[in-house]
Design a protein around this ligand. Structure first.
Ligand code: ASP
Length: 310
């Protein structure tokens, strides 16, 4: 039996201590704790990493604090178009959805694509039809209406640019959520879910649902979930690049993360971060932005929660 471990994120960006009240910080900390405990509960019962990843992400999707599921940001047209993906490191099976609307938990839909369809990636109306077929849970528009997100859209529209979560507060924040885990059987899994970026064009898809960019898991190397300015993460094929550096160059997880997040991404202007776990249970939580909502928990060790640069 191996020791299990899990890590989660709730987005990266300009998250400054100075612009956060103690009360608000506590709310975030509690939300992160709740989500990681939901994942850990699965692993403690000898459960599978893929189930732990799904459980942690569902908890974050149901929380309006984060830009995924209920708290998803608005597109330019005032809609919520969500992206999600999940991958199993044991058999390299993966599932992803892009541009789905009114789906309560897009990560569950991504998993259903992996397990109940012959496809890996479904988008838009086809993904919605598939969701109906498998009886996914749909929610009305008002479930996804969060005043704060709506205000962000109005602000973003003034500058006519696609902006990041929380620009209203003069913060740049990517509130995407994700989880990576290793279970007692030594299997890795990763998942990511997002509403994307405020004021994005109808049909814009970020890195989150793209296997190899926003999400990747391979038992030989690592499991990765990203958050940041998606366009840069797609062009850098971030998650797979880290896995490749480990597989083909024999680098450690830490070294591979350093190269990709702190050097390669920075050079092309790609702001953000990721959570990573390797086949030995080592965890890395690198980011090149001001902060990243993050938490990790290894079996028999204390829970770690971080927001700012420590
Ligand atoms: N990566 C996401 C996207 O570009 C945004 C985020 O991480 O918050 O859609």
């Amino acid at each position: 039996m191996r020791k299990f471990a899990i890590a989660i994120h709730g987005g990266a960006g300009t998250i400054l201590r100075s612009s956060m009240s103690a009360e608000r910080e506590l709310t975030y900390r509690k939300a992160l704790e709740e989500a990681i405990l939901a994942g850990e509960a699965v692993l403690m019962k000898n459960g599978r990493s893929i189930d732990a990843v799904e459980a942690a992400i569902v908890s974050l999707e149901d929380n309006p604090l984060f830009n995924a599921g209920k708290g998803s940001v608005f597109t330019h047209d005032g809609k919520n178009e969500m992206d999600a993906s999940i991958m199993n490191g044991k058999d390299l099976m993966a599932g992803a959805v892009a541009g789905v609307q009114n789906i309560k938990n897009p990560i569950r839909l991504a998993r259903a694509v992996m397990e109940k369809s012959e496809h890996v990636f479904m988008a838009g109306l086809g993904a919605q039809e598939f969701a109906k077929k498998i009886n996914a849970e749909f929610m009305p528009d008002d479930y996804f209406f969060v005043q704060h997100r709506f205000d962000q859209l109005q602000e973003a529209k003034k500058s006519d640019t696609m902006v990041l979560d929380h620009t209203v507060d003069k913060e740049k924040k990517f509130g995407t959520v994700g989880a990576v885990a290793i279970d007692a059987h030594g299997n890795l899994a990763a998942g990511t879910s997002t509403g994307g970026m405020t004021n994005k064009k109808h049909g814009r898809v970020g890195d989150t649902p793209i296997i190899g960019s926003g999400t990747y898991a391979n038992n030989k190397t690592c499991a990765i979930s990203c958050t940041g300015h998606g366009e840069f993460f797609i062009r850098s094929v971030v998650a797979y690049d880290i896995s490749c550096l480990m597989e083909y160059k024999g680098l450690t997880l830490k070294k591979a993360c350093d190269i990709v997040v702190m050097d390669k991404l920075v050079k092309i202007g790609g702001e953000g971060g990721l959570i990573a776990i390797d086949a030995k249970g080592n965890i890395e939580l690198p980011y090149n932005s001001e902060g990243m909502y993050r938490a990790s928990k290894k079996q028999d060790e204390e829970l770690y929660i971080g927001i700012y640069k420590d």
